[in-house]
Design a protein around this ligand. Structure first.
Ligand SMILES: Cc1cc2nc3c(=O)[nH]c(=O)nc-3n(C[C@H](O)[C@H](O)[C@H](O)COP(=O)(O)OP(=O)(O)OC[C@H]3O[C@@H](n4cnc5c(N)ncnc54)[C@H](O)[C@@H]3O)c2cc1C
Length: 386
């Protein structure tokens, strides 16, 4: 076992951190307050090779491994401290481009991947619906084959990049009653007849990303836009995405935690009360130690999943669930501690820690709630199957 990153890998990490700091950080407070999306930053991320990190160079990507993609995402998030932009990146690259790369036909890859890598286009992933979140396989969106088209009807909910996306990987029922074995995935362009953006969703955090409902009303999808095998959309895509979601999608959380920890350490060194820096008090020291331990533990579990992904493409379900729970709860606990250690200043946007708590709250909800992850872990321990 080798825990060391190579010099080249550390350069990728540092490069992404410098980019985030230089291009993104200065405007994050303003964009968070206005809940605004910035297409210029997106384009710059594409030009810097970030958006296509794990996608092969043949399709306009950067061709990085999963471990390297995590390093780049972690570095970007530490420099930029913009979790919303990192979420938009995750939805486009990890949840839309990766399934197209892994499951798509050559034509699909040639058509959709280069634009997402360059930043000319934005992708998204549509699984959740108003009536089905944790129980995603009970979705209502239906796809019926009519001639050389699939006709989609239904509503998807909570879709990251929904209002601005150019194409989406969309799940829909193709064999009613078969639950997970009767769901297929499609690549749906926002310009297809019958596609529309529903209500835009206001959020407590991740405000620099956009979220909305998407409506499919007799939406016409060409037959060749079926992604992967019919009826294996849920099993195939979910299985494929899982490892990527529990490593590369979560990696920005590590960078956010690092930035919050560094800020708290600096504050504890500089802020004086009772004639001493507050870092002289044991309660503050222990809090900083707890923050550091949670951060280090999270790094171990995330990179372990990424390493398994690079090794054989199929990280164990339980490891992935452990990574999701450990990292998301560490992010929330560290953000809360950082606010507390900053006193009244922590309660204001200027110190950047109140945003980190609002952003971190999505961690235990999105991409399979932590209750569901705990259930997966416990079912495995108790030999109850999944
Ligand atoms: C900002 C944001 C962005 C998102 N982006 C996307 C996206 O791009 N694409 C997409 O498809 N989805 C997206 N989602 C949706 C997200 O994945 C769902 O919100 C999540 O899966 C939970 O579903 P739900 O909200 O319907 O909650 P529910 O499933 O209704 O859960 C409510 C509560 O009940 C608990 N619960 C439910 N069932 C069980 C059970 N069996 N055992 C124990 N507890 C249970 C849950 O853990 C939770 O605490 C996004 C959500 C948000 C907030």
């Amino acid at each position: 076992m080798d825990f060391a990153f190579t010099k080249e890998q550390m350069e990728l990490h540092e490069g992404a951190k410098t980019f985030g700091r230089r291009e993104v950080f200065d405007s994050v407070l303003e964009r968070d307050a206005a809940a605004s999306w910035n297409p210029t930053l997106w384009k710059k991320m594409g030009e810097a090779g970030l958006l296509g990190a794990p996608i092969p160079t043949a399709y306009g990507g950067t061709g990085l491994s999963a471990v390297e993609t995590c390093l780049v995402k972690e570095g970007f998030a530490e420099g930029a401290q913009d979790a919303g932009l990192a979420l938009a990146w995750g939805a486009s690259t990890i949840l839309c481009a990766v399934p197209i790369w892994k499951l798509g036909t050559e034509e699909q890859k040639q058509k959709y991947l280069p634009g997402m890598c360059s930043g000319e286009q934005v992708g998204g992933f549509c699984l959740s619906e108003p009536g089905s979140g944790s129980d995603a396989a009970s979705m209502k969106t239906r796809a019926e084959k009519k001639g050389d088209k699939w006709i989609l009807n239904g509503t998807k909910m909570w879709i990251t990049n929904g209002p601005i996306g150019d194409h989406f990987v969309v799940t829909a029922v193709t064999t009613p009653g078969a639950k997970a074995m009767g769901i297929s995935t499609f690549i749906v362009e926002s310009g297809f007849p019958g596609f529309s953006v529903g209500q835009k969703i206001e959020k407590m955090g991740m405000k620099t990303s956009t979220t909305s409902e998407l409506i499919f009303e007799d939406c016409e999808v060409p037959a060749e836009n079926l992604l992967g095998q019919e009826n294996f959309g849920f099993i195939g895509t979910a299985k494929l995405i899982l490892g990527w979601e529990r490593s590369c999608l979560l990696a920005p959380g590590l960078g956010g935690m690092k930035a919050t920890l560094d800020r708290t350490v600096r504050y504890a060194q500089e802020r004086e009360q009772f004639g001493r820096p507050i870092g002289a008090f044991q309660a503050v020291r222990h809090t900083i130690a707890n923050m550091k331990m949670r951060y280090e533990l999270s790094r171990q579990v995330i990179y372990r999943v990424a390493w398994a992904l690079d090794l054989d493409g199929d990280p164990p379900l339980v490891d992935a669930a452990v990574a999701k729970v450990v990292t998301s709860e560490a992010g929330q606990a560290n953000a809360k501690d950082a606010i507390q250690m900053h006193g009244g200043n922590g309660y204001t946007p200027e110190y950047h820690v109140e945003r980190s708590l609002r952003d971190a709250m999505l961690g235990s909800i999105g991409a399979g709630t932590n209750e569901i992850q705990r259930s997966i872990i416990a079912r495995s321990m108790l030999n109850l199957g999944f």
